[in-house]
Every structure is written in C-alpha cells, then in structure tokens.
Design a protein around this ligand. Structure first.
Ligand SMILES: C[S@@+](CC[C@H](N)C(=O)[O-])C[C@H]1O[C@@H](n2cnc3c(N)ncnc32)[C@H](O)[C@@H]1O
Length: 202
C-alpha cells in the first residue's frame, strides 16, 4: 500500500494531521523538489521526481515491502497525481489522503463560496475556452504556457464581462492575490505559480 498524500498549497501548517502521521511513519518519501524541501527533517530515504513518472511507478512496484509515501501539492484528486496513480497501481493498492487544494485556499482567502464552481485546468493541455467561459464561476490551475494573461485575452476576445482573481504563491511568504478585469490583468508584467478564478461581473 502506498500513500498519496496531498500536502496543501505549501505552508506546512496546512498539512493534515493524518498526512503528517503517515509521512513520519514512512521509510521513503517521494515528491517534487519544492515539496520535498518542506520535509527537511524527514529521516528516511527521499526520492525526487525528475522527468518521467514511469521510473517512480517501477520503483514502487519493486519496493512493495517498504512503507512509501508520495507527496503532492494541494489535493491529489484535483488535477493532481491521484488519477494517474489509480490507473497505474490500482485503487486497492493506494491510500489517498486529501489535502487543501490551492483552489480551495484561494476561495477562502477571497471569502467567496465554492458552490457551483466549474473546476478545470490549463496545466499541460489546450483548454476549451468556449466551454470554460460559459460557466458563471470558474477556477483553473494554470502553467507557464497558459496563465492569467492568456486567459484574459480569451475573455476579451469573446467580449465577456468577467472579473479575474489571480492567486500567486498561495500560502508562501510571497503570496499575492490580484483582483481585476481582464484588461487590468494584461497590464501586470509577470505572474508566478498561480490559480485563477473567473466570475461574472456584477
Ligand atoms: C499539477 S497542478 C496541481 C494542483 C493541486 N492538486 C491542487 O489541488 O492545488 C499544479 C498547479 O496547481 C497550482 N498551484 C499549486 N500550488 C499552488 C500555490 N501554492 N499557489 C498557487 N498555485 C498553486 C498551479 O496552477 C500549478 O501550476
């Protein structure tokens, strides 16, 4: 059994007690560089995910006798690694522990309910903006290729009246939350790691 643990947006204080307990009881901790850095006190073996996840799957299959936890940002089931791990290892072989998603965190920060939101992603894929922007309240995880400015341009292109919220580096010291029209967002030079919320104006 391997644990897939959502560690939340980044601040260790947002990790669940169950996640912390399982990490401390693990022989091996697998994760991305930024996520592993948070667990500098971890006593066991650390394995950094670099490039292909195939190597990680092979390692897990070859080391079934070890107590392994794989850590992932936010919640593993919200555009995270959970789906892939279920398909590769099978539901019966994994234990998924929820974390606070970067999306949930942002909604709490702007004090807006998450009822009826449409959650989607620009992360590593070509989004269907006609469909995405047909929803009243949307939240998107983004990447370097398609981020706030590209989304703003898609809204302007369709002449839609929307408000955008950009949450950068959420829960880190350099967190920044920007709220504005797509035109306002285009005036900003650069955005760090972010999630975007879009809702109808008025
Ligand atoms: C592969 S997705 C993982 C999403 C994650 N499962 C979640 O629930 O937050 C990676 C994307 O999540 C968003 N993200 C994760 N942590 C973030 C943070 N602390 N601040 C802003 N965005 C974050 C960014 O859009 C990033 O490109």
């Amino acid at each position: 059994m391997i644990n897939i643990i959502g560690i939340g947006p980044g601040d260790i204080g947002l990790l669940t007690k169950e996640g912390e307990r399982l990490i401390n009881a693990s022989d091996v901790l697998i994760g991305g560089t930024r996520n592993l850095e948070i667990f500098s006190d971890f006593k066991g073996e650390k394995i950094e995910i670099k490039g292909s996840l195939r190597d990680i799957i092979d390692y897990i299959n070859e080391n079934k006798h070890k107590n392994i936890s794989l850590i992932a940002s936010g919640d593993p089931s919200i555009y995270g690694i959970g789906k892939y791990m279920v398909s590769e290892l099978g539901k019966e072989n994994i234990n998924i522990v929820s974390g606070i998603s970067s999306i949930q965190y942002l909604f709490s920060k702007i004090k807006m309910d998450m009822n009826d939101i449409y959650i989607s992603s620009c992360h590593g894929k070509e989004p269907d903006f006609d469909y995405i922007l047909s929803h009243k309240k949307v939240s998107l995880v983004t990447d370097k290729k398609i981020g706030p400015k590209e989304i703003a341009k898609e809204i302007i292109k369709r002449n839609l009246k929307k408000v955008m919220v950009i949450g950068e580096n959420l829960s880190y010291e350099n967190e920044r939350i920007t709220i504005g029209t797509p035109e306002d967002i285009l005036k900003i030079n650069n955005f760090d790691m972010n999630v975007v919320v879009i809702y109808d104006e008025g």
